[in-house]
Ligand binder design. Structure first.
Ligand code: SF4
Length: 495
């Protein structure tokens, strides 16, 4: 099925990305093309969709919806405008432009976006900055509502989370500390919606030793370069780290604990995401090396959906893995859920939440399905002619209520591009069980050294500047070029 198109023309370059992301939020099912007059090829919108024309003039921006084709007849909307001043800062012009687009499209489609004009991935950064400037809650809320047209509910949620994050982060060593990420890019099978660096473990079984050897070189490098820094949190993710055999996990965790100073580590997480990768032996290894937090992720408790999305494990296996971990003494277990999965309605989400509540995890991370271009899900949707996946305010509320019933509060939040229903991902946790690393990765306030194929190291400088260094995604290349990658990291950490 051919994807519908919404075309936008603009007479000035520089705001294409902002225009694209906001128009896309109103028309998630469409491809959006933004063309600059005199530079790009022009497009025309598909039938039943308007052509948008944006014109920057001396003292205003004008937006016109042209030629709205409704059942064959041509109609046209008048223009809307917003004032701008010649000496206005770019950010202010951008805000006004986005308000103009939002108001026009909201009127035309009859839709309100819960996050208003905010299309970025970290809406909590705004209240966080304002809190740091000494603003109070009321001032922040009205600023978010007026400037970004955010709903009262989302405004309050982001302020609530920013306050909690601030408190949690105050216990970390920003300047003298760092966090460590290790990527294990293997999974039992590839999920339909996956766009992470992940390869089926069967194809790499024979190279795991080499992969661990490469990781060990990176661990030695970390110990050397950061011998004077304090290690605050450690996160082993992927992929699914527990696809490694128990002996392999033992080798990796042993090397870590024997090489780095863990005396100040506040959180040591290993994602045991897929129930089909968890065994008693492997959990015993995690326990032996002092892992404090694990994640057992069902995504949904509906078997039909699990089969459809290629998880290849059963609901029963999730429950068994969870009970096993609990009985072995894990006292901080997270569960990940995805809302908006193909075929799932409110009642499915309610049933999933009910099943999760019976297990009583310590934290719950609720994702809204994001359809990434590289995922098999994207192809599946196209092949099956699905135009919209079902995620609603109602399902988000069911999950939020379930978390509240389990005495959890929201503690981190982020958004992704192309998210079902334009909602957000929210981490809920019981008091004292917050995932600190999750906050760190979002707020970008501390250096995160990342090891393994496809991982991205971010160095945060004292002035807040951030520089990155990416490891190659291809496992074979990662193993082969490990010295080169360490050299690149070395450069990043030269003062
Ligand atoms: S478990 Fe996660 S990383 Fe692995 S295939 Fe599924 S979505 Fe991708």
């Amino acid at each position: 099925m051919e994807q519908k198109l919404v075309a936008v023309t603009v007479n000035k370059a520089g705001f294409e990305y902002d225009i694209h992301s906001l128009v896309k939020a109103f028309y998630p099912e469409c491809d959006v093309k933004v063309s600059v007059e005199g530079q790009d090829v022009f497009y025309s919108s598909s039938e039943d969709y308007p052509d948008l024309s944006i014109s920057f003039q001396e003292d205003k921006i004008l937006l016109t919806l042209v030629g709205v084709k409704e059942s064959g007849s041509e109609s046209s909307f008048g223009g809307k405008k917003v004032e701008i001043l010649p000496d206005m800062e770019r950010s202010e012009v951008k805000n006004r432009l986005k308000q103009l687009i939002y108001v026009t499209l909201s009127e035309h489609t009859g839709r309100l976006l819960p996050w208003g004009t905010l299309t970025g991935i970290r809406p909590t950064k705004i209240p966080m900055t304002l809190l740091e400037q000494g603003k109070d809650e009321k001032e922040i809320l009205s600023y978010m509502k007026e400037t970004y047209l955010v709903s009262e509910e989302k405004g309050l949620l982001s302020i609530d989370i920013a306050k909690r994050e601030r408190e949690l982060l105050s216990t970390l060593h920003y300047r003298d500390g760092y966090s460590l990420y290790i990527g294990i890019p293997f999974c039992p099978t590839t999920c339909l919606y996956c766009s992470f660096t992940s390869y089926p473990i069967v194809s790499w079984k024979k190279r795991i030793d080499d992969y661990l050897t490469a990781l060990e070189k990176e661990i030695d490098f970390t110990a050397e370069i950061y011998k004077d820094k304090i290690l605050d949190t450690v996160y082993i993710g992927g992929g699914t780290p527990t696809t490694l055999e128990a002996e392999e996990l033992d080798r990796l965790l042993g090397k870590l604990k024997n090489t780095l100073d863990f005396s100040e580590v506040k959180e040591f997480t290993v994602e045991a995401g897929r129930a089909d990768s968890i065994t008693e032996e492997k959990l015993a290894v995690l326990m032996k090396w002092g892992v404090t937090r694990i994640s057992v992720n069902p995504q949904t408790m509906k078997q039909e959906t699990l089969d459809l999305i290629g998880r290849r494990h059963t609901v029963e296996q999730v429950k068994e893995a969870f009970h096993l971990a609990r009985n072995m003494g894990f006292s901080n277990i997270n569960m990940d859920l995805i809302l908006g999965l193909p075929g799932e309605k409110e009642e499915d989400v309610a049933r999933t939440i009910e099943a999760v509540e019976a297990l009583m995890p310590d934290s719950l991370t609720v994702h809204s399905l994001a359809i990434k271009r590289a995922s098999k899900l994207n192809r599946w949707i196209e092949e099956n002619g699905i135009t919209a996946l079902h995620n609603t305010d109602e399902t988000m509320k069911i999950a939020a209520k379930g978390a509240a019933d389990m005495d959890m509060v929201p503690y981190y939040l982020y958004r992704q591009k192309n998210m079902s229903g334009n909602f957000e991902n929210v981490g809920y946790a019981k008091e004292g069980k917050f995932g600190i690393y999750n906050i760190l990765i979002m707020e970008e306030k501390q250096t995160i050294l990342a090891l393994g194929a496809g991982s991205i190291t971010k160095r945060v400088f004292p002035d807040g500047r951030i520089e990155r260094c990416d490891n190659v995604k291809d496992v074979g290349l990662y193993i082969e070029k490990i010295d080169e990658m360490i050299e690149r990291k070395q450069k990043l950490f030269e003062d």
